[in-house]
Design a protein around this ligand. Structure first.
Ligand code: NAD
Length: 511
């Protein structure tokens, strides 16, 4: 598919409005700045997107509040029906939207399609969840009383997303929020506004055709002025933020200041432990996929590998050999034969080169990669670094690029301490055939991450589980399990069906 036909298939043109105002209306604002998303494999501008004005933002809030009044009392299974339509519409547009994700973000086509599939999967999950917004019933300590809890919608949910999962993160949040009775407002990354506009058109058209109210709104910010207003806006009880720890810290503090809720999904620094019993037929592809997939630009990317010293040389040799195979398949992400695409931006290439230089300064050995590729676009070679310590500043830090630090260990407790010895706590894995090692890794004294796996890698996640991490990863959970509760408010109800009013602490009035 040519770039123009991808855009045309999704109702996009060379010049687009970045603001969905509701009522089927896209803003005509043209004087609030222009976003020019770049094709990362060529450096060319793909299309123009007009940013939103403050007046647009105020209209969105007003209309979202009106939509909430209708939606909050719509029965939850009926709300599920709306999201089923979104899932169906996404199925019809999967190929084109997957291609646009590849074109604008730079991940390979299979990953772009996979991301749209995640949207479809979460839609299916949300439909089921809409019939399961369960609360507990408790036994009251007072006679003739019944006590139970119920979950009510929160209201408006603000979604701020990162460039690397430009559409799935929105679906994870907005579809679950919708079945919970909330209306969501999305501010996507300025690097990926086109995929956001396309997702919005697909889902909102499906909803409008079936007569549902507007559940999803969109604005694009030329800078961060409206995003900051959004974060500070007391009319939005929940801000779900996905992005760097640096920005997430500011967002979390500001939302807390106004006593709002935030759901933070921030940076990771994920590790795999490979002990001497590991099946390397599983471990090597898991490490390579985790480290070079999406060119190292996943929050769950494998960044550190700890290998038991007795098999260290063998594992390193196997990894280097696998990397040379991947390098041969580097190229245009929209070409289905490509295995490794570019970094998303020129700034990411600079961060990669700076990190490589720092590794060298600290005495690290660049085992392979370490350079930019001499061709247009933001291509770098996947890189393995040895000879550094886990405590080195560059290893402690998330560089959003395909750099893998390989380090030896002697004992399992040492490996677990190393794996936990970073500020982030998102995803972790152990490759072992030793049941004691596997179980130890999963105990309270084992991995301190939100995700801990045995014999599968760190990257990616199934939507059925709650997704998120601890420490500087922010503590938020999205997607499956009980993550839906973050989008609702809990209410405890006590009903007295007796003729008496037993007061607490045995207090009795004389009247
Ligand atoms: P980023 O922090 O630069 O930007 C994220 C979003 O925040 C963007 O939409 C941006 O416009 C917005 N933003 C910037 N300044 C803001 C401000 N002052 N107020 C409000 N919003 C503001 O992140 P990025 O480079 O787009 O994404 C990469 C990062 O995201 C990595 O650290 C990655 O690990 C993380 N990430 C985490 C998860 C997760 O689930 N844990 C998932 C994807 C990405």
């Amino acid at each position: 598919m040519s770039h123009q036909s991808i855009l045309a298939a999704l109702g996009l043109s060379a010049d687009n409005s970045g603001t969905y105002l509701g009522n089927g209306e896209w803003s005509k604002t043209q004087d609030a700045g222009v976003l020019e998303p770049i094709n990362p494999s060529t450096g060319d501008v793909i299309a123009r997107v007009h940013a939103s004005s403050i007046a647009d933002y105020d209209t969105i809030i007003e209309r979202a509040q009106a939509a909430f009044k209708i939606w909050r009392t719509t029965p939850a299974p009926k709300r599920g029906e709306a999201i089923r339509l979104c899932g169906d519409a996404l199925r019809q547009h999967k190929d084109a939207l997957g291609s646009l994700v590849a074109l604008e973000m730079g991940k390979i086509k299979a990953e772009g399609d996979g991301e749209v599939q995640e949207m479809i999967d979460i839609a299916d999950f949300a439909v089921g969840q809409s019939r399961m917004l369960y609360g507990y019933t408790m036994h009251s300590e007072r006679p003739g009383h019944r006590m139970y809890e119920q979950w009510h919608p929160l209201g408006l949910v603000g979604i701020i997303s990162a460039f690397n999962f430009p559409v799935a993160v929105w679906a994870w949040n907005s579809f679950i929020a919708a079945i919970c009775g909330d209306i969501s407002i999305w501010k996507p990354s300025p690097k990926t506004p086109l995929t956001a506009i396309a997702s919005m058109k697909i889902c909102n058209e499906a909803l409008r055709k079936a007569g549902f109210p507007d559940l999803f709104f969109l604005f694009n910010d030329a800078g961060t002025q409206i995003a900051q207003k959004f974060v500070d806006d007391a009319r939005i009880p929940l801000i779900s933020f996905t992005g760097s720890t640096q920005v997430g810290r500011i967002v979390g503090e500001r939302v807390a200041q106004r006593m709002g809720r935030s759901l933070l999904e921030l940076g990771g620094n994920n590790a795999i432990i490979v002990d001497d019993s590991a099946d390397l037929k599983l471990a090597i592809p898991a490490i390579v996929f985790g480290a070079v997939g999406t060119a190292g630009q996943r929050c769950t990317t494998t960044r550190r590998v700890f290998v038991q010293d007795t098999i260290y040389a063998d594992v390193l040799a196997k990894l280097k050999s696998a990397y040379t195979q991947v390098e041969k398949r580097l190229g245009d992400p929209t070409d289905p034969a490509t295995l490794l695409g570019p970094l998303n931006s020129e700034a990411s290439v600079s961060a990669f080169l700076k990190a490589v230089a720092r590794c060298k300064e600290l005495g690290g050995t660049i085992e392979c990669g370490g350079t930019r590729v001499d061709r247009p676009g933001n291509f770098v070679l996947p890189t393995i670094v040895t000879g550094l310590k886990n405590s080195d500043d560059i290893v402690q830090h998330e560089t959003f690029a395909p750099i893998l630090y390989v380090m030896p260990f002697k004992t399992l407790p040492e490996a677990i301490a190393l794996q936990n010895g970073v500020p982030q706590g998102l995803s972790s894995s152990i490759f072992t055939q030793n049941v004691k090692a596997a179980e130890a890794f999963l105990t309270a004294a084992g991995s301190d991450c939100g995700i801990a796996n045995v014999n599968i890698g760190t990257s990616g996640a199934e939507i059925g589980g709650a997704f998120g991490g601890e420490k500087e990863t922010g503590g938020g959970r999205e997607s499956g399990s009980t993550a839906w509760q973050a989008y609702m408010r809990r209410q405890t109800n006590t009903i007295n069906y007796s003729d008496a009013l037993p007061l607490a602490q045995g207090i009795k009035f004389d009247f």
